[in-house]
Design a protein around this ligand. Structure first.
Ligand SMILES: [Zn+2]
Length: 288
């Protein structure tokens, strides 16, 4: 069933696990995530960026997710890294049950003011996530050449003043893959996470915390993050890599195949396996 983002995150906070938030752009990705989470009996957040909306169209994304949400697991539809308030308004109107306002590059006071506007706009219809600090890396329309760790004291003030449902923190994870990382086999370099900062935020802030750039973060680090209040882990790169690598390998091995279903079917299966591993690592199995 389609539920608000805050409802799955509240349950995760209480149960001390994290909900997987998977970025999708098409039917194949949505199917992979949905089937995996149904098999794992796990709650899930389906999320789309502005670029995904441009690619697939908002009505297709909402329509497909509504069908996926007829499955017997809690599912939220989330707008990831929203900057355009008009588009955010449209998402809420069309049926998104959660939105993220990304004012992380704005001055602190302006970020508070804009986030408050989004909270007022979404009231009663969708949950709101916002970000403080800057997450390093590049993914879709989000890009930062330098990361900026979240300041715990500012986080406390930010949550209190904006009344958001969840807070995205910058503790050293990164978005996407750099050219060098792609050349080295599509693995992120070793990420040094600042657990000390996360611990302080967790002590000062009462809302569920969100980890962006969760692809390639080792299981032991994910476990530590969940202990320190992370209730939502965003995964995008891992699915993109599984999708693209499978299609490339298949077309190399079967140059004569021209029916897309012959490679898209097994591609969904490859992505589904990635999702299942993640969901188990997040402790969300059997939590639906
Ligand atoms: Zn992100």
């Amino acid at each position: 069933m389609l539920v608000k983002g805050a409802s799955v995150l509240k349950a995760a906070k209480k149960g001390k696990y994290a909900v997987g938030a998977f970025n999708i752009n098409d039917l194949e990705m949505l199917k992979a995530v949905t089937v995996a989470c149904v098999e794992e009996k796990a709650p899930v957040i389906i999320q789309t960026t502005e670029k995904a909306i441009k690619y697939a169209g908002i009505d297709y994304l909402v329509g497909m997710t509504r069908v996926a949400a007829t499955e017997d697991i809690p599912m939220a539809l989330h707008f990831d890294h929203g900057k355009d308030l008009n588009l955010m308004k449209q998402c809420i109107k069309k049926g998104y049950t959660s939105v993220m306002f990304d004012g992380s590059k704005l001055p602190f006071k302006k970020n508070i003011a804009q986030t408050k506007k989004v909270v007022a706009m979404a009231k009663g219809k969708a949950s709101v996530e916002a970000e403080l600090g800057v997450i390093f890396g590049k993914e879709d329309s989000v890009s930062a050449s330098k990361g900026l760790y979240t300041d715990p004291k500012m986080a406390k003030e930010f949550v209190k003043k904006t009344k958001i449902d969840s807070l995205a923190v910058a503790i050293g994870t990164k978005h996407g893959l750099s050219k060098k990382e792609i050349a080295l086999g599509k693995k992120k370099g070793h990420l040094k996470l600042r657990f000390d900062i996360l611990k302080e935020i967790h002590e000062d802030v009462n809302v569920p915390l969100v980890l962006h750039g969760g692809s390639d973060v080792p299981h032991s680090d994910i476990k530590k993050c969940i202990k320190l209040g992370i209730c939502k882990v965003n995964i995008d790169t891992d699915l993109r890599v599984a999708f693209t690598d499978f299609v490339k390998k298949f077309s190399k091995e079967h140059p004569d195949v021209y029916d897309p279903r012959e490679f898209l079917g097994p591609t969904v299966h490859a992505m589904k396996n990635v999702v299942k591993i993640k969901v188990r690592e997040f402790g969300a199995t059997q939590k639906a």
